[in-house]
Design a protein around this ligand. Structure first.
Ligand code: ATP
Length: 210
């Protein structure tokens, strides 16, 4: 069975994340998508949620269903974690044969050459890129050449190999962002229906982003 990872800060998780992760699970025919909050240094001065609170909100958002699961692998690590470290670790856990899909947005792909050891990523996983209306696919330069060398439009080929391909897909992009949710909360505005009720309640109970 293939494994899919969907990383993010999830600060907080919102319906846009949940929708796209659900569509990825269906597209990739995986039993579940592992949603993995990344560790990041707390922003001084700005009211932020802790790593544990981001994970709690994610768990609250996906409770009582099986398609999406929370994975705290990155939050457990004490040193700064790069995607390449995470993928190496997951590959060790699942063995050499299972397909591993690492799902990122076009915004992340456009800057992937700034990531630690980025050319090694495809040694461990396939990269599945969902389109973002505001970001074009890189057309020139090192990233464009790397895409040309590894692009594969046939998902069946990805399903049959553990790693090594870049695949593009169109996902529903709801007009939502964690930034907008935090902005609204800072202004004392209502965020209902931008994220599940369980997350709205958690934010209220813990006075987050006020
Ligand atoms: P922020 O506003 O704090 O930058 P964000 O809303 O963009 O956060 P992230 O946690 O950074 O959320 O995003 C995690 C992943 O979810 C990324 O791959 C991003 O491309 C994707 N994503 C974010 N917002 C949406 C959305 N509205 N619809 C679909 N995918 C989204």
């Amino acid at each position: 069975m293939a494994i899919a990872l969907f990383g993010g800060t999830f600060n907080p998780v919102h319906t846009g994340h949940l929708r796209v992760a659900t569509e990825l699970a269906e597209l990739l025919h995986v039993r579940s998508v592992r949603m993995m909050p990344c560790a990041f240094p707390p922003h001084r001065g700005a009211p932020q949620a802790s790593a544990q609170q981001r994970l709690d909100m994610l768990n609250a958002a996906i409770a009582n269903q099986s398609l999406l699961v929370a994975d705290d692998l990155e939050l457990q690590r004490t040193e700064p974690s790069y995607s390449i470290d995470t993928l190496e670790l997951v590959r060790q856990q699942i063995g050499a044969v299972q397909p591993l899909f690492f799902c990122i947005g076009m915004d992340a792909l456009a800057k992937i050459d700034t990531w630690q050891r980025w050319r090694e990523l495809l040694g461990h996983c396939h990269i599945v890129v969902s389109s973002r209306p505001e970001t074009e696919r890189p057309k020139t330069g090192a990233v464009a050449e790397w895409i040309d060398a590894h692009r594969c439009d046939d998902l069946a080929i990805l399903q049959q190999s553990p790693a090594g391909k870049v695949h593009f897909c169109e996902m529903t992009m709801l007009d939502l962002s964690s930034t907008e949710i935090r902005r609204k909360l800072a202004r004392g505005e209502n965020i209902q229906f931008m994220t599940p009720d369980a997350v709205v309640n958690y934010i209220q109970q813990h006075h987050l982003y006020e």
